[in-house]
Design a protein around this ligand. Structure first.
Ligand code: PMM
Length: 265
């Protein structure tokens, strides 16, 4: 899954593809590089980011979803708002990716249930402002699993089909670096829940801290693609359904290596 952020302020690529034409061109570039799905989002979840209005979010994502879907791309819309999800599905999006797993907007369950669209349910403990104060776990894997399963139960009770749900541990969302590493190490426990799993580690801060002395700033987001390829390859080898990345060629190369090794066994 290649990321198309139509935002002025995303942490790793904010502003680069803010104009619809640039975002559409970037989507085409990701497809040419080998992405299977394009994830179009209009709201940055960076800690401290201001939420755009619904109108502004619609203005950002709809033309991009529409153009890419019309050109034959499988498009996912990255939104926490039911109204944006509904409009994007109408405009040709094939799936909805909600970092709040339906918690941020009570209307989301009905929209995805009615559309019968696949729905990515990410583990979430609240909006970005202050989310790191909620990064408190006894057993991070057990708690993420139980909280995701609670979402599955709530969503299926609202009419979303169980076989439409994709689970995502939500790397970096209310997680400290150690939580992210534990979730990666024990990803098999989430993969065993019977739902496809999406993994989004791309360019996240915990990767930027690798090999950097304590107290120094993390590496820049654009210098985290090799690390992203490595974590994505790990997830894919364990059986993840998808990996969400900004730089497709590096991760695809890692996937090819994983496959070549597998085939040579
Ligand atoms: N991470 C970001 C945004 N959307 N969606 C899913 N399903 N999983 C993620 O880990 C995730 C996401 C972080 O923001 P970015 O687009 O700026 O990388």
């Amino acid at each position: 899954m290649g990321v198309v952020n139509v935002t002025p302020d995303s942490f790793s690529d904010g502003g680069q593809w803010f104009e619809p034409e640039a975002a559409v061109a970037h989507g085409h570039e990701l497809l040419a590089q080998g992405a299977d799905v394009l994830d179009v989002g209009g709201e940055s979840t960076r800690p401290g980011a201001q939420r755009p209005s619904v109108e502004e979010e619609l203005r950002r994502v709809l033309p991009v979803v529409q153009a890419l879907a019309r050109d034959g791309a499988v498009v996912s819309v990255d939104t926490m708002r039911a109204q944006v999800a509904a409009a994007a599905l109408e405009a040709g999006a094939a799936l909805v990716n909600d970092v709040s797993g339906g918690l941020a907007d009570d209307g989301m369950a009905a929209v995805v249930a009615d559309a019968g669209a696949p729905f990515v349910v990410m583990h979430w403990r609240g909006h970005s402002a202050g989310m790191q104060s909620r990064a408190v776990y006894g057993d991070v894997v057990g708690e993420v699993r139980d909280e995701l399963l609670a979402r599955v139960e709530a969503l299926t009770a609202r009419g979303v089909r169980d076989d439409r749900l994709v689970l995502d541990p939500g790397f970096g969302f209310a997680k400290l670096a150690s939580h992210n590493w534990t979730l990666l190490a024990r990803l098999d426990e989430l993969l065993g829940l019977g739902h496809p799993v999406l993994v989004g580690t791309s360019r996240k801060t915990f990767l930027g801290r690798l090999g950097v002395p304590e107290g120094d700033p993390p590496r820049e987001p654009l210098d985290r693609d090799v690390a992203t390829a490595a974590t994505s390859m790990h997830a894919a080898r364990l059986g993840a359904w998808g990996v969400r990345v900004h730089h497709v060629p590096s991760t695809l190369d890692a996937m090819r290596i994983a496959r070549a090794i597998e085939e040579a066994r």
